[in-house]
Design a protein around this ligand. Structure first.
Ligand SMILES: [Zn+2]
Length: 358
C-alpha cells in the first residue's frame, strides 16, 4: 500500500491512533523495498518511506521497477544534495521513460534522496539537522533524519543491489567539469573492473578514479564509497553546476544511465544500436587546494581549464578588499571543480585538480 496524500488525510485519525497502539505501524503499512523486489509482478511501485526523529519528520521517496525478466538490481540515486538539480531532473526523465516490458532485472530509483534539502533550497546540508547526507554513511538507525536516510540507503537499498550509481553535480557554489568516477578497490577486482567499464561506456569524456584505502570497519562517509565497501559495483556521475539546470547536463546523465543499462544487458530499446563511442581521459590522482582563511575569492579560471603547478590561480581578499593570499596550483592538471562564487571559508576546497599517474 502506498500512502498517497488523499488516503492519508482520510485515515489520519486512525493513523494517529495506530501509532499510539503500535509504534511499528509505519513500517508495516506498506511493503518494504525487499518485498517489492521479491514480488514477481513486473511493473512500477512508488513508495514513500516515513522518517521521524525526536524533532523532525520527513520521507524518503523510492521507486522500484521490476522487469519482465529476472536480472540484476541497479540503483540510481539523485538528490543526496537537494540543490543539485540536473541529476534530479534526469532521474525524473529516466524513471518515466523506462518500459518494464523492455527491462531485465530491477531498477531502484531514489528520485530525491534529501527531500528537506530540495524543498528547503539548501546546498549541501539538510536544513532540518544541518548534516550533509554525503558525510554520514553508513548512517544511524535512531539518528537524525539525515542519518536515518543514510541508514536506509545502506541497509535496505545497497544491501539489495548489484550496481549502485549516485548522481551529483556542482552544488550552488560549485563550477564543475562533467565526469564519471569510481573507487579503484584492488581487493574487489571484478566489481572495480565493471565500475570502470560502465564509466568508460557512459558517454562521459572524463573518468576519475579515486584511491580506495579504508578498512571494512571504517565509516565509508560517502554513499557510493559505502556501496564500494559493501562489495557492490559502485560509481558516481557528476554533471551540472552552480545550482542551475543545464539541459546538456540532464541529457548527458540520462544517456549515461541508459548506456550503463544497455551494457548490463538490462534494457533493450531502439536507441541501443545508435550508441556513440566517446574517447575518454582518465584522471587517477587528485590534488586539492584548501582555503586556510575566510574571505572573498577572485579567480578567472573555470572548470576544465588546465593549470601548471605553482601557477597563480586566484586570490582571496578580506571584506575591505585587501589581498590576504595569492593562490597557486598545487599540481599540474585539469580543474575538475572549483568554488565558482565569491565567498570562501577556512577549510573549504577551492580547487580540485585532476591528473593522471601511470
Ligand atoms: Zn553532491
Amino acid at each position: 500500500m502506498n500512502f498517497k496524500k488523499s488516503t492519508f488525510t482520510s485515515i489520519n485519525n486512525l493513523f494517529i491512533l495506530s501509532v499510539f497502539l503500535m509504534t511499528s505501524f509505519h513500517l508495516s503499512a506498506q511493503p518494504t523495498i525487499k518485498d517489492v523486489l521479491n514480488n514477481s509482478d513486473a511493473g512500477r511501485v512508488d513508495l514513500s518511506i516515513p522518517l521521524r526523529d525526536e524533532i523532525n519528520s520527513s520521507v524518503l521517496p523510492v521507486t522500484i521497477i521490476n522487469g519482465v525478466q529476472k536480472g540484476p538490481t541497479f540503483v540510481v540515486v539523485a538528490g543526496i544534495h537537494g540543490y543539485e538539480y540536473p541529476p534530479i531532473l534526469a532521474v525524473q526523465r529516466i524513471m518515466n521513460k523506462i518500459d518494464h516490458n523492455k527491462l531485465k532485472g530491477s531498477l531502484i530509483f531514489l528520485p530525491i534522496a534529501n527531500i528537506p534539502s530540495f524543498y528547503g533550497r539548501s546546498p549541501f546540508f539538510n536544513p532540518l539537522d544541518k548534516k550533509n547526507l554525503n558525510n554520514v554513511f553508513p548512517g544511524k538507525k535512531d539518528g537524525t533524519i539525515t542519518e536515518q536516510i543514510a541508514y536506509l540507503i545502506t541497509k535496505e537499498i545497497i544491501s539489495e543491489c548489484d550496481v549502485f550509481v549516485d548522481i551529483h553535480g556542482g552544488d550552488a557554489n560549485e563550477d564543475l567539469l562533467p565526469f564519471v568516477c569510481y573507487y579503484d578497490r584492488a581487493d574487489s577486482r571484478n566489481q572495480t573492473k565493471l565500475a570502470a567499464k560502465l564509466c568508460k561506456i557512459s558517454g562521459f569524456e572524463n573518468i576519475v578514479s579515486y584511491n580506495y584505502n579504508i578498512t571494512p570497519s571504517q565509516p565509508a562517509i560517502y554513499a557510493f564509497k559505502q556501496a564500494t565497501q559493501d562489495g557492490k559495483v559502485a560509481l558516481s556521475i557528476e554533471a551540472g553546476k552552480l545550482g542551475n539546470v543545464q539541459n546538456e547536463a540532464v541529457d548527458q546523465i540520462e544517456s549515461a544511465v541508459f548506456n550503463m543499462l544497455y551494457e548490463m544487458n538490462m534494457y533493450q530499446d531502439e536507441h541501443k544500436k545508435n550508441l556513440q563511442k566517446v574517447s575518454t581521459k582518465t584522471f587517477n590522482q587528485q590534488s586539492y587546494l584548501k582555503s586556510t582563511i575566510q574571505g572573498i575569492l577572485y579567480s578567472d579560471l573555470l572548470s576544465g581549464d588546465n593549470v601548471v603547478q605553482g601557477e597563480v590561480v586566484g586570490s582571496v581578499t578580506d571584506v575591505w578588499g585587501k589581498k590576504l593570499q595569492e593562490l597557486t596550483a598545487p599540481a599540474s592538471g585539469i580543474i575538475l571543480y572549483k568554488i565558482g562564487t565569491p565567498p570562501v571559508n577556512e577549510g573549504e576546497t577551492i580547487f580540485c585538480i585532476g591528473y593522471n599517474k601511470e
